[in-house]
Design a protein around this ligand. Sequence first.
Ligand code: SF4
Ligand code: SF4
Length: 180
Amino acid sequence: MKPDDPRIQWVDEPPLGLAGRMYLPLVVQGLAVTTRHLFSKKVTQSFPEQRPQFGNPLIYRGVHRLNKDDQGRVKCVACFLCATACPAHCIDIIAAESPWPDREKYPESFTIDELRCIFCGMCEEACPVDAIELTSLFDLTGRSREEMVFDKEKLLSVYDMTKDAEPMRSVSGVDPVQPA
Ligand code: SF4
Ligand code: SF4
Protein backbone atom coordinates (compact mmCIF):
# COMPACT_ATOMS: atom_id res chain seq x y z
CA MET A 1 0.00 0.00 0.00
CA LYS A 2 1.41 3.38 -1.02
CA PRO A 3 1.25 6.49 1.21
CA ASP A 4 -1.15 8.20 -1.22
CA ASP A 5 -3.60 5.28 -1.22
CA PRO A 6 -7.13 6.74 -0.72
CA ARG A 7 -7.98 3.94 1.73
CA ILE A 8 -5.47 5.30 4.25
CA GLN A 9 -7.03 7.60 6.82
CA TRP A 10 -4.47 10.08 8.12
CA VAL A 11 -4.99 11.39 11.64
CA ASP A 12 -3.39 14.64 12.78
CA GLU A 13 -1.61 14.63 16.13
CA PRO A 14 -3.37 16.88 18.64
CA PRO A 15 -1.32 20.07 19.12
CA LEU A 16 0.73 20.20 22.33
CA GLY A 17 -0.01 22.94 24.83
CA LEU A 18 2.70 24.78 26.77
CA ALA A 19 2.71 22.16 29.57
CA GLY A 20 3.00 19.37 27.02
CA ARG A 21 5.87 21.08 25.25
CA MET A 22 7.69 21.36 28.62
CA TYR A 23 7.02 17.63 29.39
CA LEU A 24 5.28 18.63 32.62
CA PRO A 25 2.55 15.93 32.58
CA LEU A 26 5.17 13.24 32.01
CA VAL A 27 7.42 14.57 34.77
CA VAL A 28 4.48 14.58 37.20
CA GLN A 29 3.50 11.08 36.06
CA GLY A 30 7.07 9.83 36.63
CA LEU A 31 7.30 11.41 40.08
CA ALA A 32 3.98 9.82 41.03
CA VAL A 33 5.29 6.37 40.06
CA THR A 34 8.53 6.96 42.01
CA THR A 35 6.65 8.14 45.10
CA ARG A 36 4.27 5.20 44.94
CA HIS A 37 7.19 2.76 44.85
CA LEU A 38 8.94 4.55 47.74
CA PHE A 39 6.09 3.66 50.06
CA SER A 40 5.00 0.32 48.62
CA LYS A 41 6.10 -3.10 49.91
CA LYS A 42 9.64 -3.98 48.81
CA VAL A 43 9.87 -6.89 46.40
CA THR A 44 13.67 -6.90 46.08
CA GLN A 45 16.39 -7.80 48.59
CA SER A 46 19.81 -6.28 49.21
CA PHE A 47 21.85 -9.35 48.27
CA PRO A 48 24.31 -10.49 49.62
CA GLU A 49 23.59 -8.68 52.92
CA GLN A 50 20.11 -10.20 52.90
CA ARG A 51 19.98 -13.87 51.98
CA PRO A 52 16.85 -15.19 50.29
CA GLN A 53 14.87 -17.58 52.46
CA PHE A 54 13.64 -20.75 50.86
CA GLY A 55 10.44 -22.30 52.13
CA ASN A 56 12.07 -25.70 51.99
CA PRO A 57 15.74 -25.74 50.91
CA LEU A 58 15.47 -29.42 50.02
CA ILE A 59 13.33 -28.69 46.99
CA TYR A 60 15.72 -26.04 45.63
CA ARG A 61 18.08 -27.09 42.87
CA GLY A 62 21.39 -25.40 43.60
CA VAL A 63 24.90 -26.83 43.40
CA HIS A 64 25.43 -30.51 44.12
CA ARG A 65 26.89 -32.26 47.08
CA LEU A 66 28.23 -35.76 47.56
CA ASN A 67 26.83 -37.14 50.76
CA LYS A 68 28.84 -39.01 53.37
CA ASP A 69 27.78 -42.07 55.31
CA ASP A 70 27.77 -42.34 59.11
CA GLN A 71 31.48 -43.19 59.04
CA GLY A 72 32.35 -40.06 57.07
CA ARG A 73 33.01 -41.95 53.84
CA VAL A 74 31.61 -40.92 50.49
CA LYS A 75 28.25 -42.69 50.07
CA CYS A 76 28.68 -43.08 46.30
CA VAL A 77 29.17 -46.66 45.12
CA ALA A 78 30.28 -45.63 41.61
CA CYS A 79 27.34 -47.22 39.82
CA PHE A 80 27.30 -44.53 37.08
CA LEU A 81 23.50 -44.24 37.15
CA CYS A 82 23.65 -40.48 37.71
CA ALA A 83 26.10 -39.98 34.84
CA THR A 84 23.88 -42.12 32.60
CA ALA A 85 20.75 -40.16 33.53
CA CYS A 86 22.39 -36.76 33.16
CA PRO A 87 21.06 -35.10 29.99
CA ALA A 88 23.89 -32.56 29.97
CA HIS A 89 26.67 -35.17 30.21
CA CYS A 90 28.40 -33.15 32.88
CA ILE A 91 29.16 -35.90 35.40
CA ASP A 92 32.49 -37.66 35.06
CA ILE A 93 33.30 -40.60 37.33
CA ILE A 94 36.35 -42.82 37.56
CA ALA A 95 35.54 -45.94 39.56
CA ALA A 96 38.03 -47.96 41.53
CA GLU A 97 37.95 -51.04 43.70
CA SER A 98 36.56 -50.09 47.08
CA PRO A 99 38.95 -50.10 50.05
CA TRP A 100 35.96 -50.99 52.25
CA PRO A 101 34.34 -54.41 52.56
CA ASP A 102 30.72 -53.19 52.33
CA ARG A 103 30.82 -52.25 48.64
CA GLU A 104 32.56 -53.28 45.46
CA LYS A 105 33.45 -49.89 44.05
CA TYR A 106 33.87 -46.29 45.06
CA PRO A 107 34.56 -43.15 43.02
CA GLU A 108 38.28 -42.54 42.81
CA SER A 109 37.39 -39.36 40.94
CA PHE A 110 33.99 -37.67 40.69
CA THR A 111 33.55 -34.36 38.89
CA ILE A 112 30.55 -32.28 37.89
CA ASP A 113 30.83 -29.42 35.43
CA GLU A 114 28.50 -26.95 37.13
CA LEU A 115 28.56 -24.70 34.07
CA ARG A 116 27.18 -27.42 31.82
CA CYS A 117 24.64 -28.62 34.36
CA ILE A 118 21.04 -27.58 33.75
CA PHE A 119 20.03 -28.37 37.36
CA CYS A 120 17.30 -30.77 36.32
CA GLY A 121 17.74 -33.04 39.35
CA MET A 122 17.86 -36.25 37.31
CA CYS A 123 21.12 -37.30 38.97
CA GLU A 124 19.67 -37.26 42.47
CA GLU A 125 16.55 -39.03 41.25
CA ALA A 126 18.67 -41.77 39.68
CA CYS A 127 20.99 -42.39 42.60
CA PRO A 128 20.08 -45.65 44.40
CA VAL A 129 21.92 -44.73 47.61
CA ASP A 130 21.11 -41.00 47.94
CA ALA A 131 24.75 -40.14 47.47
CA ILE A 132 24.26 -37.12 45.23
CA GLU A 133 21.87 -34.29 46.01
CA LEU A 134 21.25 -30.75 44.90
CA THR A 135 21.45 -28.13 47.63
CA SER A 136 20.09 -24.64 48.09
CA LEU A 137 23.54 -23.09 47.50
CA PHE A 138 23.31 -20.93 44.40
CA ASP A 139 26.21 -18.52 44.80
CA LEU A 140 29.29 -20.73 44.72
CA THR A 141 31.16 -18.97 41.96
CA GLY A 142 34.52 -19.21 40.24
CA ARG A 143 36.69 -17.05 38.02
CA SER A 144 37.37 -19.71 35.44
CA ARG A 145 35.67 -22.71 33.89
CA GLU A 146 38.15 -24.99 35.67
CA GLU A 147 37.04 -23.66 39.05
CA MET A 148 33.44 -24.50 38.21
CA VAL A 149 34.25 -28.14 37.55
CA PHE A 150 33.65 -29.40 41.08
CA ASP A 151 35.76 -32.39 42.07
CA LYS A 152 35.03 -35.01 44.71
CA GLU A 153 36.65 -33.03 47.52
CA LYS A 154 34.66 -29.90 46.70
CA LEU A 155 31.41 -31.86 46.40
CA LEU A 156 32.09 -33.48 49.77
CA SER A 157 32.86 -30.06 51.26
CA VAL A 158 29.46 -28.83 50.03
CA TYR A 159 27.97 -31.67 52.05
CA ASP A 160 29.82 -30.47 55.15
CA MET A 161 28.60 -26.91 54.52
CA THR A 162 24.94 -27.85 54.08
CA LYS A 163 24.31 -31.02 56.07
CA ASP A 164 22.98 -29.28 59.18
CA ALA A 165 20.52 -26.97 57.41
CA GLU A 166 19.63 -29.54 54.78
CA PRO A 167 19.64 -33.09 56.10
CA MET A 168 19.91 -35.88 53.55
CA ARG A 169 16.67 -36.68 51.78
CA SER A 170 16.80 -40.25 53.05
CA VAL A 171 16.87 -38.82 56.59
CA SER A 172 14.35 -35.99 56.13
CA GLY A 173 11.95 -37.98 53.97
CA VAL A 174 11.40 -34.94 51.70
CA ASP A 175 10.54 -35.68 48.09
CA PRO A 176 12.09 -32.88 45.97
CA VAL A 177 9.53 -33.46 43.22
CA GLN A 178 6.59 -32.73 45.51
CA PRO A 179 6.79 -29.26 47.11
CA ALA A 180 6.15 -29.37 50.86
S1 SF4 B 1 21.18 -31.73 37.74
FE1 SF4 B 1 20.73 -32.63 35.71
S2 SF4 B 1 22.19 -31.70 34.34
FE2 SF4 B 1 22.94 -31.32 36.40
S3 SF4 B 1 24.35 -32.99 36.83
FE3 SF4 B 1 22.35 -33.61 37.60
S4 SF4 B 1 21.42 -34.75 35.91
FE4 SF4 B 1 23.13 -33.57 35.06
S1 SF4 C 1 26.30 -40.66 42.96
FE1 SF4 C 1 24.79 -42.29 43.15
S2 SF4 C 1 24.11 -42.69 41.06
FE2 SF4 C 1 26.02 -41.52 40.90
S3 SF4 C 1 27.60 -43.07 40.70
FE3 SF4 C 1 27.42 -42.57 42.88
S4 SF4 C 1 25.98 -44.09 43.71
FE4 SF4 C 1 25.75 -44.12 41.48
